[in-house]
Design a protein around this ligand. Structure first.
Ligand code: ZN
Length: 410
């Protein structure tokens, strides 16, 4: 489906500095200079868009997108929308609205939020409900390879052969699996961690015809089928270059996705895995069950400048646990005011040294806390009367760099 309008990136030279990221499993990795880089980031389930945890996650991949695009890499970015899933159906049922209307209203809100925050749009923005044929044919391939079994009207994936790749104990995996939508205790399963591939239809739920009966797909297989269709160029032993999402997706979702891809293609799913830290509020991780979600749309409605939200989301590092607070917003607001004051001057402190440091900071695993402190230092130096003999007409250069590298139009 259509995403949101593209944003023109002003050109900034990155001094051929490669981007280094901390991979979830391999520690620090230097991204190779390639002409093409494929990225799949798991998208929203549109029943409660877009809280600040989501926004912070998409912002992290946006920074990677900006950096690599400015390095003349073709960044092919696919993001799905899980627009048929248990939490969405439950919410629609609770609120007595059609699940399609709920999904569509929340997708619109997500698009508005991303656009306001100047997040670059994905190359492909794919609804699961538009991908049912793809998913069915993926499951058919799994079946041909004998990785599928049936309990009543439901199909399961036989995950046991893939468990050698598990980075946590089976016991821990089962506990997380149960908390994140899995059904380890269902009678008849071959292994407690086997995930659902296809759910036979239950009264009142949406469904589609398939060779396995009328029903709907399970969670993990949706992303793998979409990624394989839109991103695989069959050129390497990995289907994509980078898989992203919040760290709560490491297990089971990304583990299961990789296992499914391997079972169908005999290849690894992703060369790199980069996950984002969770966002907290009032001392606890933001979550629907805790009821401590802060929504981008609400902040925008309250008149908060989206560039201040964006700045606030970059004050802490994307892989750390972050805590949202009104103090953070106040701090972002005064930081942005200071930088705007400097940018409004016709003569500013020379930018070359600071730009070079800014690129160093971002190339080092997107060190935005350092990047923002460099910008603030430059702003203070520009506003300090003692530097008046040094000032030059370069505020446009800083402004373009902030826009291109950090998505900040100040
Ligand atoms: Zn996914």
């Amino acid at each position: 489906m259509n995403s949101w309008p593209a944003v023109m990136l002003p050109q900034v030279s990155l001094k051929n500095q490669p981007l280094q990221l901390v991979d979830t499993f391999k520690a620090q990795v230097k991204l190779p200079a390639t002409r093409f880089f494929s990225v799949y980031v798991c998208g929203i389930t549109p029943y409660d868009a877009t809280h600040l945890g989501h926004a912070a996650t998409y912002l992290a991949y946006d920074l990677i997108n900006r950096y690599l695009t400015l390095s003349h890499t073709h960044f092919h970015y696919t993001q799905n929308i899980t627009d048929v899933d248990d939490p969405l159906l439950e919410r629609a049922n609770r609120d007595q609205v059609d699940w399609r209307d709920l999904a569509s209203s929340q997708i619109d809100l997500f698009i508005e939020d991303m656009s306001s925050l100047r997040v670059l749009p994905p190359s492909d923005f794919i609804k699961v409900t538009d991908s049912i044929e793809l998913i069915i044919s993926f499951i058919a391939r799994l079946k041909e390879k004998d990785h599928v079994y049936q309990i009543e009207d439901d199909l399961y994936f036989d995950v046991a052969p893939s468990l050698v790749d598990l980075s946590i104990s089976e016991e821990e995996a089962i506990s997380i699996f149960a908390q994140r939508g899995g059904d380890p205790d269902r009678i008849g399963k071959r292994h407690r961690l086997d995930p659902l591939l296809w759910l036979g239809n239950k009264a009142g739920e949406p469904g589609w015809d398939s060779p396995f009966g009328f029903g709907r797909p399970g969670w993990h297989v949706e992303c793998t089928a979409i990624a394989l269709e839109f991103l695989d160029r069959e050129e390497s032993d990995c289907v994509i270059d980078l898989q992203g999402g919040g760290e709560d997706l490491i297990f089971p979702h990304h583990f299961m996705s990789a296992a499914l891809i391997k079972a169908v293609t005999d290849r690894n799913f992703s060369k790199f895995y980069v996950h984002t830290g969770m966002m907290g509020y009032q001392g606890e991780k933001m979550s629907k069950s805790k009821g401590n979600l802060v929504f981008v749309s609400q902040l925008l409605k309250d008149g908060v400048d989206p560039m201040i939200i964006r700045w606030a989301l970059m004050i802490d590092h994307y892989q750390s646990y972050r805590e949202w607070s009104s103090d953070l917003l106040t701090r972002a607001s005064s930081d942005v005011a200071l930088v705007r004051q400097a940018l409004a001057k016709s003569e500013v402190y020379p930018v070359a040294g600071h730009l070079s440091e800014l690129i160093d900071a971002l190339s080092n695993n997107l060190d935005t806390p350092r990047a923002l402190s460099i910008i603030l230092k430059w702003a203070r130096q520009s506003l300090d009367g003692e530097n008046s003999h040094l000032l030059v007409n370069e505020s446009g250069e800083m402004s373009r760099a902030l826009d291109a590298l950090l998505g900040l139009t100040l």
